[in-house]
Design a protein around this ligand. Sequence first.
Ligand code: CO
Length: 176
Amino acid sequence: MIREIVVYPDKRLKLISKAVESFDAQLHSLLDDMYDTMCAKNGVGLAAIQVGVDLRALIINIPLENEDGEHDQPKENTLEMINPVIIEQDGCEKFQEGCLSIPGVYEDIERAKHVKVEYFDRDGNKKTIEDDDFLAIAMQHEMDHLDGKVFIEKLSYTKRKKFEKEWKRKIKEGKI
Ligand code: CO
């Protein structure tokens, strides 16, 4: 089921999400709905707070290109991370990021190049994953949401001011 996306500057995006304690049917339907919502909006990742649930859960699914050059995000490729924690990070890299809660905005953001993350899957099994490419960036972006942070907070003062001005104008014009 597609859920409604929480859009900036909704205060819920500032919440520190709570640790998941029950790996139950309710969590599973949340994760399933997050997948449906992410696909419907052509996103590559989504944190639970972006559908208004303040739990430390996120999903990432980096699209593959099929024979017709179309993007494909099969459900089985979805990385579901519950209570993730970065246990190692190094390097530095700039990537262009976007966010379903700030639609239409893309900015170069600096993050660690390599991260190693410990997390639980939907059934409560402990896992580890590491990456030094786009997945590393996506994990850091989505994990920031769990701590009430959005990517535009990493912009320089001038760029942030410009963003806020343009965003207010878009809201006024009913474009958001
Ligand atoms: Co985001």
